[in-house]
Write a protein that binds this ligand. Structure first.
Ligand code: 13P
Ligand code: SF4
Length: 368
């Protein structure tokens, strides 16, 4: 029963004390967030992992790429636990390393650079003012292998809260950017920076379907990957129109993983943390429609009873993989730690981790 699970989690947590830290993403269900020492968006949680170097284990209540990131940033002796290994991210799965490596080789031919050249840590400092033909930028929501790819090729990681600062970093060091996996975050961010849509072609390796034209690639500033978030792509401008009609004066705030017309029609767009602040800072009595994951929206509604807060999508839209972190798995993994067993440990290959750390460190330095 729920009560039994609660008692098991509390008992294991008490025994473990400061030996562990539990991190919870905002999209986790309330029954999990209740046990988290830190709750935040993916950027805040990457930093939170760094604040507890003393903890033996980081129990990451989020999805696979977040636990991988924590393992890359954590000390070697620290263990990172993902309570349910099936908690992945469909967007992250949309960019696999083989396809990105193949794209890189094709781009190297188009722009005349050496696809195998390593642009390691310190390369930019040793080569001031040199601009590379293409800088790879990966959204945090990607595998460790892709972060390592960026680390090796002069690239960087971004999150939804620092995508603009990271793109500015990239444009200072390169002529153009290959942005993966989320086309929407790439397009929305570059558009806000004034990059025209014609200069943001979608990468199309399918020559049988036309491929990319050479004019398109000549003019490109941001080459977008075809990934998307299955939760955020559900939001539509029709939902915003309906909210404005039914609630005159409503303020609409959405996540930048939403399609561009939705971001354009909203009053504000930003990361999970920006949405949280937008709601907190709105005047009492405000009505706010939110375009993001429903667990987060419902929690904000409960925390602000003086405001009317609702999800733009009338059909419930949780992130099904975030939802796979159930209290039963949390209890089982915590009890494992009590017994000295690392259940569901996430261990990134050391070589991959070394290169991925370069791309993550570039991000943390560019956007602290
Ligand atoms: P942020 O936590 O960066 O806002 O990302 C949202 C998300 O989709 C996480 O998977
Ligand atoms: Fe992935 Fe979207 Fe779920 Fe985030 S909300 S974990 S991007 S599927």
């Amino acid at each position: 029963s729920d009560e039994e699970l609660h008692a098991r989690i509390v008992a294991a947590r008490e025994t473990l004390g400061d030996r562990i830290v539990i991190l919870g993403h905002y999209y986790q269900r309330d029954e999990i967030v209740a046990y988290a020492d830190f709750v935040g968006d993916s950027f805040q949680l990457a930093n939170a992992a760094l604040t507890r170097p003393d903890a033996e284990a980081i129990v990451f209540c989020g999805v696979h790429f977040m636990a991988e990131t924590a393992d890359i940033l954590a000390r070697d002796e620290q263990h990172v636990i993902l309570p349910n290994l099936a908690a992945g991210c469909s967007m992250a799965d949309m960019a696999d390393s083989e396809s990105v490596e193949a794209a890189w080789e094709e781009l190297a031919e188009v722009y005349g650079f050496d696809a195998s050249q390593e642009i390691d840590e310190g390369w930019f400092e040793r080569n001031p003012g040199v601009k590379l033909p293409v800088i790879p930028v990966t959204y945090m929501n990607s595998s460790a292998a892709l972060k390592a790819f960026c680390g090796r090729h002069g690239g960087i990681v971004c999150t939804s809260s620092n995508a603009r600062t990271v793109l500015e970093w990239a444009f200072e060091r390169g002529e153009r950017v290959l942005f993966f996996p989320d086309q929407h975050l790439g397009r929305n961010t570059a558009k806000a920076m004034g990059v025209p849509l014609e200069q943001m072609p979608m990468w199309n390796p399918r020559k049988d379907l036309g491929g990319n034209t050479s004019a398109e690639l000549d003019d490109a500033r941001v080459i977008l990957w075809h990934g998307f978030c299955s939760v955020h792509k559900r939001f539509t401008t029709a939902q915003i129109d309906a909210a404005r009609e039914q609630h005159p004066g409503v303020q609409v705030v959405v996540h930048p993983e939403c399609p561009m017309p939705v971001v354009d029609a909203a009053d504000a767009a930003g990361s999970t943390e920006l949405i949280r602040r937008f709601v907190a800072e709105a005047a009492p009595g405000s009505t706010i429609a939110i375009g993001t994951e429903v667990n987060m929206v419902n929690r904000l509604a409960a925390q602000h009873p003086d405001k009317t807060i609702f999800c733009l999508d009338p059909v419930i839209c949780p992130c099904s993989t975030m939802y796979r972190i159930h209290p039963g798995y949390l209890a089982w993994t915590l009890e494992g730690l009590v017994e000295g067993e690392w259940r569901n440990e996430i261990q990134v290959d050391p070589d991959v981790a070394t290169h991925a750390r370069v791309a993550l460190t570039r991000m943390l330095a560019a956007a602290p």
